[in-house]
Design a protein around this ligand. Structure first.
Ligand code: 13P
Length: 240
């Protein structure tokens, strides 16, 4: 079993003032478990300054597949390392669905991040239509194979986030989570952390983290509420 990891994905939320309060509360309250926050690009400097020397790591939510050049609006992996990022989310379903990121682009971003020394948190997951059609394993395997066909997974983190459970309050049941995590575990080294994400809250985190092939969580909405994120981290800690 891997040491648990709890990652907050702030998505496009926050302000300098709100972040100051949230980061301060997390520094005071998160203990005994590896944790990180993935913040919007403009707040990386703030996260770096506030979290440096603490047990909480930080990262970004996206990265360019290119090293540098005429790519207006993009941010390179090397730039993220200058802000002390350890992690970067790659292939989040919102990037895939809203911005049309393909498996190939997600894999190229993974390679760029890893090449710069970042740890990608590689997100995969099926839509409700895909689940209802019995295609969950096929979809997550295809998304994962895009990376494994190109890179070694190394110390990257895998995150299973069923699209239908993200931001909906509809968490996958423990049986559904374990079924997919067990399937993924067979394809990964025992040392690879496999996180679950999708409406993880203080009232369901313990049951999810207790599953044999779940090594922590990727938390959206509840990561914006200090007491909720701290409580969720506490539940992961009990597993470790
Ligand atoms: P919620 O926890 O808000 O469902 O978001 C999950 C997620 O997308 C984390 O990356």
């Amino acid at each position: 079993m891997c040491a648990p990891l709890v990652v907050g994905n702030w998505k496009m939320h926050g302000s300098l003032a709100a972040n100051r309060a949230l980061l301060g509360a997390l520094v005071a309250g998160v203990q005994g478990v590896e944790s990180a926050v993935c913040v919007p690009f403009p707040y990386l400097a703030q996260a770096a300054e506030r979290l440096k020397g603490t047990a909480i790591a930080w990262g970004a939510q996206n990265v360019s597949e290119h090293a540098q050049g005429a790519y207006t609006g993009e941010v390179s992996a090397a730039m993220l390392t200058e802000f002390g990022c350890r992690y970067v989310l790659v292939g989040h379903s919102e990037r895939r669905q809203i911005y049309g990121e393909t498996d190939a682009v997600a894999a190229a971003k993974f390679a760029a991040a890893q090449g710069a020394g970042l740890r990608p948190i590689f997100c995969i997951g099926e839509t409700l239509a895909e689940r209802d059609a019995g295609r969950t394993e096929e979809v997550v395997a295809r998304q994962l194979d895009a990376v494994l066909g190109r890179c070694k997974f190394g110390d990257a983190v895998l995150a299973y986030e069923p699209v239908w459970a993200i931001g909906t309050g509809r968490t996958a049941s423990p049986e559904q989570v374990q079924a997919v995590h067990g399937f993924l575990r067979k394809r990964m080294s025992a040392a690879t952390r496999i996180l679950y994400g999708g409406s993880v809250k203080p009232d369901n985190a313990a049951a999810i983290f207790a599953l044999p092939d779940v090594d922590g969580g990727l938390i959206g909405g509840a990561a914006l509420v200090a007491k909720d994120f701290i409580a969720i981290c506490g539940m992961a800690q009990r597993k470790g």
